[in-house]
Design a protein around this ligand. Structure first.
Ligand code: HEM
Length: 466
C-alpha cells in the first residue's frame, strides 16, 4: 500500500486555494481516526498490504484521519466526497507527493504521474490513439489472442490464471496499441518487472532505501534495467522503420507534435511506453482473473452465461458487434471490478488546506479514496460481499454515482477504460465459450500492492463443446 525513494526527481506542482465545502462538522473539528502507536502511528498496519485494514478504518466514519510513514492520511469512504475530489473540485487536488514517489521510481514523465500543463498536453496528444473507432478495430485481435491462449491448455490441466491472463493481456496490448509482437523472452522482461514493482513498492520493502542491497532491491534494479534496455530497443526499431505505415500509440508518441511544434523528448517517450505497458496490462489481467474465478464458483451464473453465449454467438467466435447482446457477460465484468477493483485506492493531495466532509484537511495530507470499501458498502449495495452480476441488469441504480469508480473519474479517469472494458468482455466470452474451470485455489486473499494482487489462482481446465 505504499512506496518510497526516488529514481528520478521532479519538482512539486501548483499551489492554489479553495473554498471547501460545509457539512455537519464545523471546520476545524479533528478528524476521527485511530490514535496509533507513538511515532509510528498506523505505519505497521498500513504496510501490512492487508486490504481489510482499510475496512477497519471505516468504522471511524466516512472521512478518517490516520498517520503512517510520517505523513497524515485521510481515508474517504463517502461517494459524494469522492465525486467532489475527482470531478467537482478536481482543480483543488493534485496527485501529490505520495504518488510522485512511486512515479519517480518508475516513470516520472508518464501520464499516470505528471501534473498540470505537462499532463494536459500529453493527455491531449495521446487521446487520439483511444477513439471509439480505433478501439473497435482491436476487437478481432482481442478474440484471436484469447482463443490462442485457451488452445495452449490441455483438457484436465491445472493453470495459474493470474499468469496466463497477464501473458494474454500483455500480448493484446502490444499487438493492438503498439503494433508489436513481444516474443517469449521480451514478454517475460515486462511481466517480471511488474512482479518486481509489486514487491518493491509494497509492505516493508517499500520503506527501505534504494541503496540497501536487499534481494528485493537488487531484483528490482536488475529487472528495471532489463526493461529499460527493452524499451530502448523497441523505440530504436520503430524509429528506423519510420514511414512503415504504423498508426498506433507508439507512432503517436514518436511523431505527433505539440501545438508549439515540439515533439516528445526521448525520456518522455520511454516513460509513456513504460506507463502503458504497466498500467495497460496488469490491471486488465487482474480483472479477467477475478471474473473467471468468480464465475467458476457460481453454477447458476455459469449456466446462464453458457446460454447467453450459445444464443448470441452460436458456434462462431464473439465479435465487437455482439457486445451489446452479451449483457450478462458485461455484468460479470462490472461485478468483478466492483468486488475486486484492481485500482483499489486512488490517492490525491489538496493543493492548499481544505475541508472534506466538513473536516479541516491540512495541505500536505494524502487523501485516499477507498474504492474497495466503497464498492462493498451495504449502504449502496445489497448483499455487498456476494457475486451477483444480475444486480447490473436490474436497473437498480439508485445509488450515488461514485459508489462505483473502478476507472477513477473526472479529467484523470482511465484513458484505457473503453479498451479495457471491451477487452474484458470479449476475452471472457471467448474463454468461456471454450472451457469450464474448476477452482483449485478455493479462497482468494488479495494483497493491496500497487494493484489489488490476487496472487496465483489455480484452476483446472475442462474443454467445452461449442
Ligand atoms: C481493468 C482495467 C483497468 C483499470 C481497473 C484501470 C484503472 C485506472 C484508474 C482507477 C485510473 C485513475 C487513477 C487516478 O485517478 O489516480 C487509471 C488511469 C490510467 N489508466 Fe487505467 N485502468 C485499466 C486499464 C487500463 C488500460 C488498458 C490502459 C492503457 C491501455 C490504462 C492506462 C491508464 C493511464 C495512462 C492512466 C492515467 C490517466 C491520466 O492520468 O490521464 N488503463 N486507470
Amino acid at each position: 500500500m505504499s512506496q518510497s525513494t526516488q529514481r528520478r526527481s521532479e519538482t512539486a506542482d501548483s499551489a492554489a486555494s479553495n473554498d471547501g465545502d460545509t457539512r455537519e462538522h464545523p471546520a476545524g473539528e479533528q478528524l476521527p481516526g485511530p490514535d496509533g502507536l507513538p511515532v509510528l502511528g498506523e505505519t505497521l498496519s498500513f504496510l501490512s498490504a492487508d486490504i481489510e485494514y482499510g475496512t477497519e478504518l471505516q468504522s471511524y466514519g466516512d472521512v478518517v484521519g490516520f498517520e503512517a510513514l510520517g505523513r497524515q492520511f485521510v481515508a474517504v469512504y463517502d461517494p459524494e466526497v469522492v465525486q467532489e475530489i475527482l470531478v467537482e473540485r478536481d482543480d483543488e487536488f493534485c496527485k501529490g507527493e505520495f504518488e510522485r514517489q512511486l512515479g519517480d521510481l518508475l516513470a516520472p514523465d508518464g501520464l499516470v504521474f505528471t501534473e498540470g500543463e505537462q499532463w494536459a498536453r500529453d493527455r491531449r496528444l495521446l487521446q487520439p490513439a483511444f477513439t471509439p473507432g480505433r478501439i473497435r478495430s482491436f476487437g478481432d485481435t482481442m478474440v484471436a489472442r484469447a482463443a490462442a491462449t485457451v488452445d495452449g491448455w490441455d483438457d484436465g490441466a491445472v493453470v495459474d490464471l493470474r499468469s496466463e491472463c497477464s501473458r494474454l493481456t500483455l500480448d493484446i496490448l502490444t499487438r493492438t496499441l503498439l503494433d508489436l509482437e513481444l516474443d517469449g523472452e521480451r514478454g517475460r522482461v515486462v511481466r517480471e518487472v511488474v512482479d518486481a514493482i509489486g514487491d518493491r513498492t509494497s509492505g516493508f520493502a517499500s520503506v527501505l532505501p534504494d541503496w540497501l542491497p536487499t534481494p528485493t532491491n537488487r531484483r528490482f534494479e536488475r529487472r528495471m534495467n532489463a526493461m529499460d534496455d527493452l524499451l530502448e530497443t523497441l523505440v530504436a526499431a520503430r524509429r528506423t522503420a519510420n514511414g512503415d505505415g504504423h498508426d498506433d500509440l507508439l507512432s503517436t508518441m514518436l511523431d505527433a507534435e505539440y501545438p508549439d511544434g515540439s515533439t516528445m523528448s526521448a525520456e518522455t517517450v520511454r516513460d509513456q511506453l513504460f506507463t502503458f505497458l504497466f498500467a495497460g496490462h496488469e490491471t486488465t489481467a487482474l480483472g479477467l482473473t477475478y471474473a473467471l474465478w468468480l464465475v467458476a464458483g457460481d453454477e447458476t451464473v455459469r449456466a446462464d452465461l453458457d446460454a447467453e453465449l450459445d444464443s448470441v454467438c452460436g458456434a462462431s467466435d464473439p465479435g465487437f458487434g455482439d457486445i451489446p447482446a452479451l449483457e450478462l457477460t458485461g455484468a460479470v465484468v462490472d461485478e468483478a471490478l466492483r468486488l475486486y477493483p484492481p485500482a483499489y485506492a486512488i490517492y490525491r493531495e489538496p493543493v492548499g488546506e481544505t475541508t472534506l466532509g466538513g473536516y479541516t484537511v491540512p495541505d500536505d495530507s494524502t487523501v485516499m479514496l477507498a474504492a474497495y470499501q466503497i464498492h462493498r458498502d451495504e449502504r449502496w449495495w445489497d448483499a455487498p460481499a456476494e457475486f451477483r452480476p444480475r444486480r447490473w441488469l436490474a436497473g437498480d441504480d439508485d445509488r450515488p454515482e461514485y459508489a462505483y469508480f473502478p476507472f477513477g473519474g473526472g479529467p484523470r479517469h482511465c484513458i484505457g477504460m473503453r479498451f479495457a472494458r471491451m477487452e474484458l468482455q470479449l476475452a471472457l466470452a471467448t474463454v468461456l465459450q471454450r472451457v469450464r474451470f474448476e477452482r483449485v485455489t478455493e479462497t482468494l486473499t488479495p494483497d493491496a500492492k500497487t494493484t489489488l494482487d490476487s496472487g496465483p489462482v489455480e484452476m483446472r481446465v475442462e474443454r467445452r463443446d461449442r
